[in-house]
Design a binder for this molecule. Structure first.
Ligand SMILES: [Zn+2]
Length: 263
């Protein structure tokens, strides 16, 4: 349980810097993908993660968020790789404007997939790329990790819920998933059984850009921003299916990418 405790402590200490779905969300993505991997990719994942305390995709899914205290230098270098800020109402991707220096989740996901697939690179480097990919494909499906408003992905959009103050990003990192009675393993198993149409699983070079744009477009299409800055139980219940659909797509796409890259 210690990594969870550390993440919770970090979240409390750095409330303005939410970098990811809650740990449970990332574990669900990892577990869905693990269930969908083909045998060759599953064997390579096991080989790359050998020596990890929990050598599964779920087990390493929150590693990128632990860099904050585990490896501050790598954290500084990678902290902008968890999200992208779009600038147009139609969520179009202009790399020079939206991803300067390649420091955004679209370019980082592309780059880490390239490293993972390059068998001439050292195993350690590819194992690290795998851990980044598992996390980033989760984050890129969280709509507010790919927003197009000037509010740090909803971190600056204050929300009242249940008599307390929070912000919209945090709502979407965890609250909307139903934190209260949460069982990530059971939720992952339930979601993994939902079929995902093959059209959603194309693994061409522009896939990360498509997923980010899809997240961005989901924000207005699903009225994620409550104009009153207030949400209630009905808001969470109404939006949970979208959050679960994003986790399912993330898990299925992660498996498809790993099947394509690790063969
Ligand atoms: Zn993250």
């Amino acid at each position: 349980m210690r990594p969870y405790l550390a993440l919770i402590l970090t979240a409390l200490l750095c409330p303005a810097l939410a970098l990811a779905w809650d740990p449970h969300g990332h574990r669900i993505v990892g577990q869905i993908a693990q269930a969908k991997l083909d045998p060759a990719a599953r064997a390579q994942v096991a080989a790359l993660l050998a020596g990890e305390r929990d050598p599964t995709l779920a087990g390493v899914s929150n590693w990128a968020d632990t860099l904050r205290w585990r490896d501050p230098e790598l954290f500084q270098r990678s902290k902008r790789w968890h999200f992208i800020n779009f600038h147009d109402a139609d969520c179009s991707y202009v790399p020079a404007r939206d991803c300067p220096g390649g420091d955004c989740i679209v370019a980082a996901t592309e780059e880490q997939l390239r490293i993972l697939g390059n068998t001439r690179l050292p195993r350690e480097q590819r194992a690290q790329a795998l851990k980044f990919v598992v996390h980033f494909i989760g984050d890129i499906h969280q709509p507010l990790h790919a927003g197009n408003r000037d509010d740090h992905g909803g971190n600056d959009y204050q929300i009242r819920y249940d008599g307390r103050g929070t912000n919209l990003h945090k709502v979407w990192d965890g609250l909307v998933l139903g934190r209260a009675a949460f069982d990530p393993a059971a939720d992952a198993q339930r979601l993994a059984e939902t079929p995902v149409p093959a059209a959603n699983l194309r693994t061409d070079r522009r896939a990360p850009e498509r997923w980010a744009r899809e997240s961005c477009l989901a924000i207005d299409a699903n009225a994620i921003y409550p104009p009153s800055h207030r949400i209630d139980r009905a808001y969470l219940d109404a939006h949970r299916p979208l959050a679960e659909q994003r986790l399912l797509l993330a898990g299925a796409r992660l498996a498809a990418e790993l099947d394509a890259v690790l063969r």
